[in-house]
Structure formats: structure tokens, C-alpha cells
Design a protein around this ligand. Structure first.
Ligand code: IDP
Ligand code: MG
Length: 137
């Protein structure tokens, strides 16, 4: 089923020069970039984005990190895009991420794991509305 996901190259990925590599992997997989935007995320948007983690001990560190430099925000479309992108990203803790995944190839620290991708249709819709308000549904 064709669906859309929200993907973000985090500040560590942008700083490491991995934006092109990540976009290339997404496109070569057969998924389509339908919107793309580079920006430093406002603190209020970052807190909303990570709302589900508000009570976690790492929440402040997470918001601090995600607003620490430019990120690249992407709306990505394709067959089964949400789950396909999660598989391409690898496990949240890069130490557990399989080689060949983005986190498994380029990251080591759970707090700085290069990439975000929506984990379900509901979060994809919420995140796309938050970051790409003018994108047609
Ligand atoms: P996900 O990014 O794979 O969906 P989530 O559990 O939704 O993982 O966590 C969101 C982000 O919060 C992670 O990508 C990671 O950067 C950060 N995070 C998760 N767990 C920890 C932790 O234990 N310490 C520090 N940061 C964490
Ligand atoms: Mg998540």
C-alpha cells in the first residue's frame, strides 16, 4: 500500500555530511521524496515532535540535541514506506543496529543516531502535519 512517512536527518547526520548518502539510499530503494526542507528546528516544534517522550529522563537532552544544528526534513512516499524506512534505519541503539542499516553503518551512540523515521501510520500523519503543514494529504 502506498503510504507516506516523515524522515529526518538529525544534526549529527547533517554535520557528518551524510545527507546525500541517506537521500541516495532512500531513492535507490525505490521510495520517492515528495518534500524536503533544511532548517534548525524551533524548540517548541522539537518538543511537540517528541511529545511521546516528554516523561523520559533523556527528553531535555533529546530536544537540546535535535535543535543544536540544521536538520533535513523529508516526506517520503512508497509501497510500505513506513516499515521499509524503519528497517533501513536499523535499531534505535546503533550498537544493536545491523550492518547495512543507516544506524548500523554510521552511528554508535543512542543519543546521536543520525536519522528519525515515523514508526506507524498515526505518527507519520502527525509528524507530516507538524513539519509539512502545506503538504497535500
Ligand atoms: P526511534 O528514533 O528509533 O523511533 P525512540 O524510542 O522513538 O526511537 O526514541 C526517540 C529518540 O530518542 C531516539 O532516536 C534516540 O535519539 C533518543 N533516545 C532513545 N532512547 C534514549 C536513551 O536511552 N538515551 C538517550 N537518548 C535516547
Ligand atoms: Mg520513535
Amino acid at each position: 500500500m502506498t503510504e507516506r512517512s516523515f524522515v529526518m536527518v538529525k544534526p549529527d547526520g547533517v554535520a557528518a555530511g551524510l545527507t546525500g548518502e541517506i537521500i541516495s539510499r532512500i531513492e535507490r530503494r525505490g521510495l520517492r521524496i515528495v518534500a524536503l526542507h533544511k532548517a534548525v528546528m524551533a524548540r517548541s516544534v522539537a518538543e511537540e515532535h517528541y511529545d511521546e517522550h516528554r516523561q523520559r529522563p533523556f527528553f531535555d537532552e533529546l530536544v537540546e540535541f535535535i535543535t543544536s544544528g540544521p536538520v533535513v526534513l523529508l516526506a517520503v512516499e512508497g509501497d510500505g514506506a513506513i516499515a521499509v524506512l524503519r528497517t533501513m534505519m536499523g535499531a534505535t541503539d546503533p550498537k544493536n543496529a545491523a550492518p547495512g542499516t543507516i544506524r548500523g553503518d554510521y552511528a554508535l551512540d543512542v543519543g546521536q543516531n543520525i536519522i528519525h523515521g515515523s514508526d506507524a501510520p498515526g505518527s507519520a500523519a502527525r509528524e507530516l502535519a507538524l513539519h509539512f503543514a502545506d503538504l497535500d494529504a
